[in-house]
Design a protein around this ligand. Structure first.
Ligand code: G6P
Length: 609
């Protein structure tokens, strides 16, 4: 969702802020803006991408501003226009704020402010915050005014505030939206995620909910909402700037697809106990008794992470024989879920900040059950609020459409499956076989990536189609869902994923020569059933693209195109079958001239409900 950044130090603040906004642009790209402060205040904002704002800025003339804030927006309240762009100013144009989150009671506050004579000019929920601060600022210093204002807010915020009357400082506050402070040498960089900070420093402080920071160039003070001073720990970020550069790839998404041999390896490295055929997952923090007492697992997630959860369901039910439910986070939290002793909740989130997933985690915790988190971002809110969990170690994922995080999530779910299965029916010999085969997966992925050019040729043929169907059965059904999601996210082609046999109960009506159908059909116990489904599709003249195992010659009789992948154990197959689907959607989007890394209307991290 929106990206926010603040800078205070000795550099030209406008340059640092624009550079940081470009790094945060994947969080939202409807409009962007900047506010700089010394004795005066300078504000510029523009609808559209950050490049539109940058074109308006004369950096040389702004070089004496050393403090400022910036914002890149994903619109919630109000269209993406210049006036709705952040920063927002108070009536006297003394205070500027940027905000990530949603203020739920903004209309009540707005009514109150209007009666006090404030002029609210945008349609945003954010603008009321700056007027509220202005109201309290008449009789209080900035820090206190912000404290008083935020006690009146309902909803979520990551907030940065500057004032021309107190130019050497930034006030930062958080409730529900991520905020990190980077501590540099005589400078501080604040941002909604570390990608905008890591260029300057790896020393960071994670802002927690209901904390307020008063920040100058070389120090910060932290308070609770009740003005109590608190001490904060300094943490270190364990990745560097090269992880967030394109490194010669034309898009982040392509770079991330090609990183998968390494990222899958990173997800299992150090966790496989080969001699015991077992797994170590130290971060779970569950006692033996708690592990033995698990009667049911509920995965909760959104988007691609939810698809990973579905794969987890197939894996854990089949191999560890524990019942599993998979829930959309946004549905789970509002339908009075029943959780009792013996339930284990596992939330899956790449960013660790998705608002619905976080709320579901809190809901589950309030019911007294253990909640684990499978996340990518170390120190993210979900990682910190879970009782335990597993990091996927995929490194920063910048492409809005998730790729490497998905395969890393699946890898961790495979590890978890083996870990749980070994406590039940799986013996050490079987465990060893799976570990050996998992170890070979990165090499197989490297082989599949070599097909990128031939997948591009298939994309050339179908790039102008309006609809696609993706079909798979069993564990390949969630992969079909993920393939369809990737295609619609970045190429804007309508696509649906379906269980292959269920296709007969509806989607079959759509089939004709204009409807390409992607089948995920590696050789396993339901291979022949899927072949029958393929026959049904072929009989309706739809074109078939099949993802099949090397050596499967039979399939050529049914499919118009076959993308071959190495044959592996079913448990591991999703790690391979999804790779051609990622490449297919990538090439399709590029050929259609779409903005692959920043697809319209989407955001990488959805930190609002
Ligand atoms: C957004 C992103 C998706 C992602 C989903 C869940 O919709 O565009 O790529 O799968 O959020 O995000 P999370 O960070 O919780 O995995």
């Amino acid at each position: 969702m929106c990206g926010i950044i603040g800078y205070i130090g000795n550099k030209n603040a406008s340059e640092v802020i624009i550079k940081g906004l470009k790094r945060l642009e994947y969080r939202g790209y409807d409009s962007a803006g900047i506010a700089l402060v010394d004795g005066s205040i300078y504000v510029n904002k523009k609808s559209g991408k950050i490049s539109e704002l940058t074109a308006l800025l004369d950096f040389e003339s702004l070089k004496n501003f050393h403090t400022g804030i910036g914002h890149t927006r994903w619109a919630t309240h109000g269209a993406p226009s210049d006036i709705n762009a952040h920063p927002h100013l108070d009536c006297k144009e003394e205070i500027a704020i940027v905000h990530n989150g949603i203020i739920e009671n903004y209309s009540v506050i707005k009514k109150m402010l209007l009666t006090k004579g404030h002029k609210v000019i945008s349609e945003t929920d954010t603008e009321v915050i700056v007027h509220l601060i202005e109201y309290f600022y008449q009789t209080n210093p900035l820090l206190e005014a912000v404290m008083m204002a935020i006690t009146k807010l309902e909803g979520t915020f990551g907030l940065l505030v500057i004032s021309k009357k107190e130019p050497g400082k930034i006030i930062a506050a958080r409730k529900g939206s991520p905020l990190i402070i980077g501590i540099g040498d005589g400078e501080m960089i604040l941002a909604s995620d570390a990608s905008a900070i890591v260029e300057y420093t790896r020393k960071v402080v994670y802002v927690e909910d209901n904390e307020i920071f008063e920040i100058s160039g070389d120090s910060f003070k932290t308070y609770t909402i009740d003005h109590e001073k608190i001490k904060k720990e300094i943490s270190n970020i364990d990745w560097d700037i090269s992880s967030i550069e394109k490194q010669g790839f034309s898009h982040f998404m392509l770079k991330e697809i090609f990183e998968q041999p390494e990222t899958i390896n990173n997800a299992f490295r150090g966790r496989m106990l080969y001699d015991k055929g077992n797994i170590r997952l130290d971060g779970l923090r569950l006692t033996d008794e708690e592990l033995s007492g698990i009667n049911r697992i509920t995965f909760i997630a959104c988007g691609t992470s939810w698809h990973a959860g579905l794969i987890g369901q197939y894996l854990i039910e089949e191999y560890a024989r524990i019942p599993v439910k998979v829930e959309y986070a946004s549905e789970f939290r509002y339908r009075k879920p029943i959780l009792t002793k013996g339930d284990l909740v596992i939330v899956i989130s790449q960013s660790g900040e998705t608002a619905d997933t976080l709320a579901a985690l809190r809901e589950a915790k309030s019911k007294g059950v253990k909640v684990l988190g499978i996340t990518n971002i170390v120190g993210s809110t979900i990682a910190r609020e879970s009782d335990g969990g597993v990091y996927i170690h995929a490194g920063p994922e910048i492409g809005v459409a998730s790729t490497k995080a998905f395969t890393s999530q699946i890898t961790v779910l495979i590890l978890l499956t083996i870990f749980l299965a070994r406590r039940r029916d799986m013996n050490s010999e079987e465990g060893k076989v799976y570990l050996e085969h998992l170890n070979e997966i990165p090499g197989h992925v490297t082989e599949i990536l070599k097909h990128s050019d031939s997948i591009r040729e298939i994309a050339e043929i179908y790039k102008d189609k309006s609809n696609f169907l993706y079909l798979g059965r069993g564990i390949h059904f969630p992969v079909a869902l993920e393939g369809a999601l990737k295609l619609k996210e970045i190429s804007y082609i309508h696509a649906e994923g379906y269980p292959a046999a269920e296709m007969k109960h509806g989607p079959i009506a759509l089939l004709d020569e204009n409807m390409p159908v992607v089948f995920i059909v590696p050789k396993d116990e339901i291979y022949s059933k899927v072949m029958s489904n393929m026959e049904e599709v072929r009989a309706r003249k739809a074109k078939i693209i099949a993802i099949a195992n090397e050596g499967d010659e039979e399939i050529k009789k049914y499919a118009n195109h076959v993308i071959y992948i190495p044959g592996v154990r079913k448990m591991l197959a999703p790690l391979l079958t999804v790779i051609p689907l990622q490449l297919l959607s990538y090439h399709m989007a590029v050929l259609r001239g779409c903005d692959v890394d920043q697809p319209r209307n989407l955001a990488k991290s959805v930190t609002v409900e």
